[in-house]
Every structure is written in structure tokens, then in C-alpha cells.
Design a protein around this ligand. Structure first.
Ligand SMILES: C[S@@+](CC[C@H](N)C(=O)[O-])C[C@H]1O[C@@H](n2cnc3c(N)ncnc32)[C@H](O)[C@@H]1O
Length: 247
């Protein structure tokens, strides 16, 4: 099976449980993301915004609530279904489409903002994706990428992973085994699987972005909110970065 097909199958499988975790998202996390996006957009509205790898619509819903025209793309048809339901529940008008972040079927120079959250790590060709995102951005448009180093193989991280897995087991979450089955054979083919800030910046530069900024966004948890929160309390969560650049 091709890499993309494996990734798509995994996220189709995960759509139900990922969406349930999203429904558990804390008010604090929502507020943090809302503030971050609205600051990155200079508090402007009516922008054309693209969310790539939207999942259940995490960033897309926020950008639409901030009065922007939002398009959202995901490889997984089932995730797109969840995102559509979430938008409908909130009476938000968002254009959803199934598609590949590395090969967008969208016009050149169309968007003011291209954003993504927790996507970079699972891309086989991050530079190709960034080149695509640059293509669909207008001149002067902004790219906002949020991601963390979820798979750092250092001793501390391995310990954290063990604790995290133990919590998931206690909560009877059984997708870890399916995750390993899908991603273990792929991880060497995913350049940002272990996401290091300097490597991310390098991919941005290779795609032609200059003046790339990167900052840590503390207090942002993964969508599996509650166990992350516990990890955060014991000061063990993975760092999350916000990377920004302009075309
Ligand atoms: C960890 S989830 C993140 C979802 C959401 N952005 C969030 O903040 O929670 C990764 C998402 O990226 C999607 N994805 C993975 N590879 C993709 C690709 N090449 N193109 C578009 N979406 C992709 C998956 O289907 C999944 O919905």
C-alpha cells in the first residue's frame, strides 16, 4: 500500500475518536487558538483562509467564527464528514473538500492565510507541501503552521510516551496499537515525524519563504485534551511550536 493510502486509512479509522476528543477541547485551548489566529491575521476579517489537514475542522471553525471565508481540506473523507457536521452544528458556512496538502486542487494566489495544525509531522514531502501552500497564497499572504515534537525518541520522551500510553489504556483507548501498525513502517519516510524547529525552518526556506518565525506555544495541548492536561501538570507535555512566514 502507498504511504498516502496508509495515512488516509488511519485517519479515516481515527475520525470518530478524534472528533470525540475535539468535542472535549477545553475553553482555554479554544481561547488560546482564537487569540493566536486573530493576532496573526492582524484582527482583520473577511479574509480568504485555507485550513489544510483540518481534521474535524479545529482551526477552520475558529477562522469562520472570526468572520473569514474559509476553505478546509483533508486527506480523509471521514474527517471531512465530521468537520461538515461540526460546521453545521455551529451554523458556519465553510467550504470543505477532500484533498492532499502536497497537491492542492486550488487556484494560484487565492488565499490571504494558509494554516494548519498538527499536520507537518505526517507529511512525506514537507517542502513540496510548503511550495503548494506558497503557490495558493496571495503575495504578502501569511502562512501559520502549528505542530509539536510528538515522537522525540529521547529518554524523557520515551518515559512520557509510556505514561501517556498507560493513561490511554486506563481510559480504554485502543487506537495506539492501530496507530503503531500504520505509522511504524512509515516514520522513516516522514521527515518531520520527530519535529525539530531548525528542520522545520529549513523546509520553509527550501520552499522559498524568508523571515520565518518560530515560537513555542505553551499551554496548547493536543486534541486528546484531558490526558495531555495531566501530562502538562506533571510538566511532561511535548513542546508545541507556531511557525509563521509571509509570501
Ligand atoms: C493530527 S490530525 C490534526 C487535525 C486538526 N488539524 C487538529 O488540529 O486537530 C492530522 C490530520 O491531517 C490529515 N492529513 C494527513 N495527511 C494529509 C495530507 N497529505 N493532506 C491533507 N490532510 C492530511 C489527517 O487526515 C488528519 O485529519
Amino acid at each position: 500500500m502507498e504511504t498516502k493510502e496508509i495515512i488516509q486509512n488511519y485517519w479515516d479509522y481515527r475520525s470518530e475518536t478524534y472528533n470525540t476528543s475535539f468535542a472535549d477541547q477545553s475553553e482555554e485551548e479554544r481561547r488560546l487558538l482564537t487569540n493566536m489566529l486573530s493576532t496573526a491575521m492582524d484582527n482583520r476579517t473577511d479574509l480568504k483562509v485555507l485550513d489544510v489537514g483540518t481534521g474535524p475542522g479545529v482551526l477552520a471553525l475558529i477562522a469562520a467564527e472570526l468572520d473569514n471565508n474559509v476553505t478546509a481540506v483533508d486527506l480523509s473523507e471521514k474527517m471531512i464528514e465530521k468537520a461538515r457536521e461540526n460546521a453545521l452544528m455551529r451554523s458556519l458556512d465553510i467550504e470543505f473538500m477532500q484533498g492532499d496538502a502536497e497537491k492542492l486542487e486550488l487556484p494560484d494566489a487565492h488565499f490571504d492565510v494558509v494554516m494548519n495544525k498538527y499536520l507537518l509531522w505526517t507529511l512525506p514531502e514537507p517542502t513540496k507541501a510548503l511550495t503548494e501552500w506558497k503557490r495558493v497564497l496571495k503575495d504578502g499572504g501569511t502562512i501559520i503552521a502549528i505542530d509539536g515534537d510528538w515522537h522525540n525518541e529521547g529518554l524523557i520522551s520515551r518515559t512520557i510516551k509510556c505514561i501517556s500510553n498507560a493513561i490511554k489504556m486506563l481510559k480504554k483507548v485502543n487506537y495506539q496499537r492501530v496507530y503503531n501498525k500504520h505509522y511504524d513502517p512509515l516514520k522513516n519516510d516522514l521527515p518531520l515525524f520527530s519535529l525539530k524547529p531548525e528542520r522545520v525552518i529549513q523546509h520553509f526556506k527550501e520552499a522559498g519563504f524568508e523571515n520565518v518565525s518560530i515560537e513555542r506555544m505553551d499551554n496548547l495541548f493536543s486534541s486528546s485534551g484531558k490526558s495531555r492536561k495531566l501530562l502538562d501538570i506533571i510538566n511532561c507535555s511535548s513542546p508545541v511550536y507556531v511557525i509563521k512566514a509571509q509570501k
